[in-house]
Design a protein around this ligand. Structure first.
Ligand SMILES: Cc1cc2nc3c(=O)[nH]c(=O)nc-3n(C[C@H](O)[C@H](O)[C@H](O)COP(=O)(O)OP(=O)(O)OC[C@H]3O[C@@H](n4cnc5c(N)ncnc54)[C@H](O)[C@@H]3O)c2cc1C
Length: 277
């Protein structure tokens, strides 16, 4: 029998904090959603590390979006489904290929500086993509630049309160609806956070969870809560980047990190630091 909650706790004995929306995690998903949501409500962001430390910070290669006039959402869709080899959720792919360009514009408006070429966004053609549609920043420090821009923006929005070094132990549910979270504070004490007003708690359905920070905690919480987990128990949706360096020669690892098919990008200090620890 799987216990409903992972730790024993007595709600009546704990302080309760009320907010409009709770966001767990400060990667690109959490930061971006917080900025969108804070336009008309109070947002509490909870992260076990800091605003500037997540898997997103370490993402190197770039973001694929239909930017070029030679490209189209249909081309992007076909490339994605072929590369996905039957594992893609077609509805999710449709969202990706149609909403991606607007999201890229939003990232730019929030202050992200993508690399440019001749006054236009620089696009590379990589992997299974048939068109030039990969944006990057500072060569291969794309995630670092996105986190810098979004985190700085989040810090400037009065409607967003950030709790870093706080760990979400469990999601709290009532009648099958997620209403809050049990949170461990840095001093080890616990607090209940409830989403009021809009009664909203962002449940994170991560499409890809890199190994850097992956402990499977999110899946476990959703499973015990009986909340949907679209990835199920398959590891197919788990992205492991970068490849295990111990299995690669340093030369191969460097070419994997730094090379687009056009060979335009060179490994930066960022990726050299990743390799040398
Ligand atoms: C080295 C590397 C290279 C990559 N390269 C690329 C690339 O080129 N292109 C690409 O598209 N993707 C790439 N990725 C993958 C990409 O980084 C991730 O898919 C993306 O960043 C996931 O964003 P996210 O916001 O969902 O989660 P994350 O960035 O993983 O953020 C998760 C957040 O949740 C917090 N958290 C987790 N559990 C708890 C808890 N219990 N309590 C409180 N907080 C919690 C974490 O502290 C963190 O803030 C790469 C990843 C790595 C590591």
């Amino acid at each position: 029998m799987i216990p409903r909650y992972i730790v024993d706790f007595a709600p009546a004995e704990l302080d309760t904090v009320q907010t409009d929306m709770i966001i767990i995690g400060a990667g690109i998903a959490g930061l971006f959603t917080a900025l969108q949501a804070a336009k008309d409500r109070r947002v509490l962001m909870i992260t076990k590390k800091s605003l500037f430390d997540s898997n997103t910070r370490y993402a190197q290669g770039g973001i694929a979006a239909v930017i070029s006039e030679d490209d189209s959402p249909e081309f992007h869709r076909q490339d994605t489904l072929i590369a996905g080899a039957g594992l893609c959720d077609p509805q999710a792919v449709d969202v990706l290929v149609h909403e991606g360009p607007d999201c890229v514009q939003a990232l730019i408006q929030y202050g992200t500086h993508f690399d440019e070429e001749d006054g236009h966004l620089a696009l590379t053609k990589e992997g299974a993509h048939s068109q030039r549609r990969i944006l990057h920043a500072n060569g291969d420090a794309t995630g670092y630049e996105i986190v810098r821009a979004l985190a700085e923006k989040v810090q400037s929005v009065p409607n967003i309160e950030v709790w870093d070094d706080h760990f979400v132990l469990d999601l709290l549910t009532e009648e099958g609806e997620c209403v809050g979270a049990l949170v461990q504070k840095p001093d080890g004490s616990r607090v209940i956070v409830r989403g009021g007003g809009h009664r909203t708690l962002l449940r994170r359905y991560r499409a890809a969870v890199p190994l850097h920070d992956e402990s499977g905690g999110g899946d476990g919480r959703r499973h015990r809560d009986g909340l949907p987990c679209r990835r199920g128990h398959s590891r197919h949706g788990v992205q492991s980047v970068p490849p295990d360096f111990s299995l690669l020669s340093r030369r191969a690892a460097l070419s994997d990190l730094g090379g687009g098919t056009r060979g335009r990008r060179r490994p930066s200090q960022h990726s050299r630091r990743a390799l040398h620890g």
